[in-house]
Ligand binder design. Structure first.
Ligand code: CP3
Length: 365
């Protein structure tokens, strides 16, 4: 036997369960990845963040962003990697000046205060202002070396607009809702330019190597149904219609995740995206039944389940898997297992391990 030489092609050991499930093709086990799978609950993440100096310095350094992207994959047999970055890179690149205050979350130095601020906004240049994100995507893709697919992401236009107008996180969304009601034309102008930016951002990530794309509509669920359709859904539909996905082997599906999107599942399933991600306030089987095999379904364990003991985690994973199957005509296909929202810093890595193992064991075909 001869030693493998470095010029021979590497064996294709790639795990494509995640991409197959997005296409609703048969898989040996239900694929699983977790929102915020890279983050403060991992001691190695905290060490790399300390090395970088801050969260933003970490996100803006492609080598270190790659390192923290890979950390959860070294611990757990996850079926996908997600780019380590943030949704607020886009408004930052639009000139709003993103910064973080320890314990208070994200803030903008120059939030949008009036229609004139909105008029001045332009789509940022992906090759310069957001070059660090594209470099991270390319670096991660290279390091993954085909082992698992890489997910790129963006915030939804509405969710980004919330942070841009509020100037940071909010409890009542008073400023952004008042703007939408007082000056809907300005609000639509804002959502339009942000939608153009989101499309350009996701397209650049795909061209740089992202193999699937997720839009996080974290705050769509705070809107009344009429306002949701006008200020959030309409722009998700535009992204689904206009975002290029690539052809053949390089086709990168689009996942629309939204907190509190349960009332709109039928509309989300028919807007042209390849998958809908749901939170834990809807029974997964009901979501599957209403989505009706039109697109893949991602979700939806309550993240707080991870505070329970491994036996309880395993039981809840089993309920979610079976619920999906029962709502999907008896088939487990077309399901990507995930939490209904992100992991929290005080969660235990060994509980995450129990979750990932339970998904694979209990869903084996
Ligand atoms: O999922 C992943 O592993 C990929 C990385 C990722 C981060 N943020 C890393 C991050 C993703 C996909 C996001 C998306 C994001 N960012 C959303 C949408 C998803 C959601 O959670 O609803 C939102 C609303 C943001 C805005 C934002 N960025 C918030 C609210 C915070 C938390 C602030 C805090 O102190 O809790 C961030 C910072 C952030 N983004 C962290 C991480 C790991 C924590 C920063 C740190 O290390 O201190």
């Amino acid at each position: 036997m001869t030693a493998p030489d470095s010029t021979s092609p590497r064996p294709r050991t790639g795990n494509d369960r995640f991409l197959r499930a997005l296409r609703r093709e048969p898989v040996d086990r239900t694929p699983v990845w977790l929102m915020r799978q890279a983050g403060r609950y991992l001691p190695e993440y905290r060490a790399t963040r300390a090395q970088a100096g801050s969260f933003l310095a970490l996100a803006k350094n492609p080598e270190l962003a790659c390192e923290v992207t890979l950390q959860p994959l070294r611990r757990f047999p996850l079926d996908a990697a997600i780019l380590f970055s943030d949704i607020l890179t886009v408004p930052d690149a639009m000139g709003l000046g993103l910064y973080f205050v320890e314990g208070e979350g994200p803030k903008f130095e120059r939030p949008l205060r009036n229609a004139a601020d909105i008029d001045r906004l332009a789509v940022p240049d992906m090759g310069s202002d957001l070059r660090y994100v594209m470099d991270a995507v390319g670096t991660i893709r290279r390091e993954l070396d085909g082992s698992v697919p890489l997910i790129g992401f963006s915030g939804s236009p509405w969710t980004l607009a919330c942070y841009m107008v509020e100037g940071g996180g909010s409890k009542d969304f008073s400023k952004v809702k008042a703007l939408a009601l007082n000056d809907p034309r300005a609000m639509h102008k804002l959502l339009d330019v942000v939608t153009d930016a989101v499309i350009a951002y996701l397209d650049a990530q795909r061209v740089s190597g992202a193999q699937a794309m997720q839009v996080f509509d974290t705050w769509g669920g705070v809107l009344s149904p009429r306002m949701y359709r006008e200020f959030s859904l309409r722009y998700l539909q535009r992204i689904a219609a206009e975002l290029p996905r690539g052809d053949g082997e390089t086709h990168a599906p689009l996942i629309l995740f939204g907190k509190g999107n349960d009332p709109y599942l039928e509309e989300l399933a028919t807007c042209g995206a390849e998958a809908v991600g749901v939170d834990w306030t809807v029974e997964l089987g009901e979501a599957a039944r209403r989505i009706g095999g039109r697109v893949a379904v991602q979700g939806n364990l309550d993240p707080a389940t991870l505070y329970a003991e491994p036996e309880a985690i395993r039981r809840e994973v089993g309920h979610a898997l079976d619920s999906y199957r029962d709502g999907n005509g008896g088939s487990r296909e077309g399901h990507i297992f995930n939490l209904g929202h992100g992991l929290s810093p005080d969660m235990q890595p060994d509980h995450v391990a129990a979750l990932v193992d339970a998904v694979h064991e209990l869903s084996a075909r």
